[in-house]
Design a protein around this ligand. Structure first.
Ligand code: DGT
Ligand code: CA
Ligand code: CA
Ligand code: ZN
Length: 571
């Protein structure tokens, strides 16, 4: 039994308990157990059979350990089965539709007898949901959109989670004697925010032996097929991996083909056809003659193009740009000098100012902006005017004591419903760095939301807008506002747009970044770290910046501290 399956069981128990409105503490303890199990480097089944005491694992107590043994033994546990008898399990999927949650899911169940997702969709289409107390027509529409998003994301995983799989699978492949070379292509190589499956290309010294070796990877739940060209497996988490074998003469054209995107491939193939050549995974050829195939560069060059970075291969203008020799010189992780969003215990972070500063210095950052929440965010104990002033003093004090790191005294100020900022402008004007964002009343209709954004952008005290769309991948829809107008106002008022680097936010996303860049907007990168380890999330945001065609000069985090200080001065 795989760790992920055990983790899923604990998450389902937590969901069912949440629907029952059970004790919050118990719900949370099941969720943390699930997280621990999912993240373990070893298979829990192996640990158990080696006789290890599972209760010694973090977040796992005696009763959880007992349940794990029960699950390993029977594939399920009594707790889950009892809950299933009490509560339709389909509700656990309904509660995860963006905008719903356990309470609303239960309400729909009680009022309309809904027990599964299809029934919910039908009820929305039949306009029954709008008549339930607290719901209304707009909510009904939102639910329909939410179901569509949940479905389109189904089976896709976050890029970061894919990275973890690739790292661990990669270690296995490195140890396979008959695997001479392996590369991951597909959406993973293009660094898309979510990945549907992994496409791994293999050069083997002996395909049969290599297939034998690679299917020995410990996290494989099922080998779907095993052939001379291709081996398909499913990992414990359900993620599909396609391994494809290629020889070195065509490895480059295979990389090109399986990196995609499909639209990019089609555009390239059209180009080849205009010369009466053929392009596929086995190379670029003229009749029987192979013109290019060993590496990607040679294929592009033969088509009279420079090599195009995978992040740009979406058929969104990259071939034209390549043809005119106007491809962007994309920003790289090493260009980033500092981090422009982080939280401390002053609001909802887990570490103090010193600890965050220390961690940033250890990572080699030359600046870090501390940007705690303001009072509107009551859940995060947000700061009021007075609290903000005191916090800024404390940040500046730590800044005095630490060498080689500039701690910016900053804030993530809420943009209120009215468009006003959550703190006084004179308080904000004293700070080194002010980003504004929306956390509440996210749905006032497009017109009001646009005005709200514009009034923050025009306030004269705001340097940037944080997580501008407010989306959570697979969890929350972007807010509806006129992005074109916001972009225009940002360009006019010299206000930055953030690329929030949290793997489930990545907000702004690629196509929005492209649009804003074309209008002359500049960007900031913020990990939004709520604990020291999250300062390591920067590369995920750099990926998004690259997919948005950004160069070093488009992102203020590449400035030296001195240049940044100058850029942030308000007139
Ligand atoms: P994913 O897995 O949904 O995140 O997205 P991809 O882009 O990895 O798509 P996938 O795994 O279906 O296929 C990998 C690549 O193979 C894809 O990016 C382009 C190429 N490919 C797949 N099917 C076709 C096709 O029908 N025509 C062309 N030209 N290329 C294809
Ligand atoms: Ca794929
Ligand atoms: Ca695939
Ligand atoms: Zn935030």
């Amino acid at each position: 039994m795989e760790n992920a399956e055990i983790a899923d069981i604990f998450n389902t128990i937590a969901d069912l308990l949440e629907l029952k409105d059970a004790n919050e503490f118990r719900i949370r303890s099941y969720r943390s157990a699930a997280r621990t199990i999912r993240g373990l480097p070893d298979r829990i089944e192996d640990l158990a059979s080696e006789g290890k005491d599972l209760a010694e694992l973090p977040n796992i107590g005696d009763s959880t350990a007992e349940k794990i043994h029960e699950i390993l033994d029977k594939g399920t546990c009594k707790r889950l089965e009892d809950l299933r008898k009490e509560m339709p399990e389909g509700l656990t999927r309904i509660m995860h539709v963006p905008g719903l949650g356990a309470r609303k899911a239960m309400k729909l169940h009680e009022e309309l007898g809904i027990t599964h997702l299809d029934a919910l969709k039908q009820a929305c289409e039949d306009r029954k949901v709008r008549h339930v107390e607290d719901f209304g027509a707009r909510t009904e529409q939102k639910i329909l959109e939410g179901i569509a998003t949940a479905r389109s994301d189904e089976g896709r995983i976050l890029y970061k989670d894919a990275t973890d799989h690739v790292e661990s699978l990669g270690r296995h492949l490195d140890g396979c004697d008959h695997v001479k070379r392996w590369e991951v292509a597909g959406s993973f190589r293009r660094a898309k925010e979510t990945v549907g499956d992994l496409d791994v290309l293999i050069e083997a010294s002996d395909r049969k032996a290599a297939a034998e070796e690679l299917t020995g990877y410990r996290d494989i739940a099922k080998v779907d097929s095993r052939g001379k060209e291709k081996v398909t497996v499913h990992l414990g988490s359900g993620l599909q991996v396609d391994f494809r074998f290629f020889e070195s003469e065509t490895f480059g054209s295979a990389m090109l083909y399986f990196t995609g995107s499909k639209a990019h491939n089609i555009a390239l193939r059209r180009r080849a056809q205009s010369h009466d050549w053929k392009l596929n995974e086995y190379g670029l050829s003229k009749g029987e003659t192979l013109l290019a195939g060993a590496d990607e560069e040679s294929v592009y060059h033969r088509l009279n193009l420079p090599w195009i970075p995978p992040e740009l291969r979406e058929d969104c203008g990259e071939i034209d740009a390549a043809e005119r020799d106007e491809l962007p010189d994309l920003i790289e992780p090493g260009d980033v000098r500092g981090d422009l969003q982080s939280h401390t215990t002053a609001s909802d972070g887990t570490a103090g100012i010193e600890q965050m500063a220390q961690a940033a210095a250890e990572r080699g950052l030359t600046y870090l902006a501390i940007t705690d929440h303001t009072k509107r965010v009551t859940m995060a104990k947000g700061l009021d005017n007075d609290g903000c002033r005191k916090h800024a003093d404390a940040i500046r004090e730590v800044n005095e004591d630490i060498d080689g790191l500039w701690l910016l005294a900053g804030i993530e100020v809420d943009i209120l419903k009215s468009g006003k900022l959550d703190l006084d402008e004179d308080v904000l004007a004293e700070l080194d760095w002010v980003i504004a964002s929306i956390h509440y009343n996210r749905d006032l209709g497009e017109k009001k939301m646009t005005e709200r954004m514009l009034s923050a952008i025009r306030s004269g005290v705001v340097h940037g807008i944080a997580h501008p769309l407010g989306r959570i991948i697979g969890g929350r829809e972007p807010m509806a506002f006129d992005f074109g107008k916001v972009v225009e106002a940002c360009a006019e008022n010299d206000v930055l747009l953030e690329i929030n680097t949290q793997p489930d936010r990545l907000d702004l996303p690629d196509t929005y970044v492209q649009q804003a860049r074309k209008a002359g907007v500049r960007f900031s990168l913020g990990t939004d770290a709520h604990k020291p380890a999250e300062l390591g999330l920067m590369p995920y945001g750099v990926n998004m910046a690259r997919r948005g065609w950004l160069e070093k000069a488009d992102v203020v985090n590449t400035l030296t501290p001195k240049q940044l200080a100058k850029a942030l001065k308000r007139d």
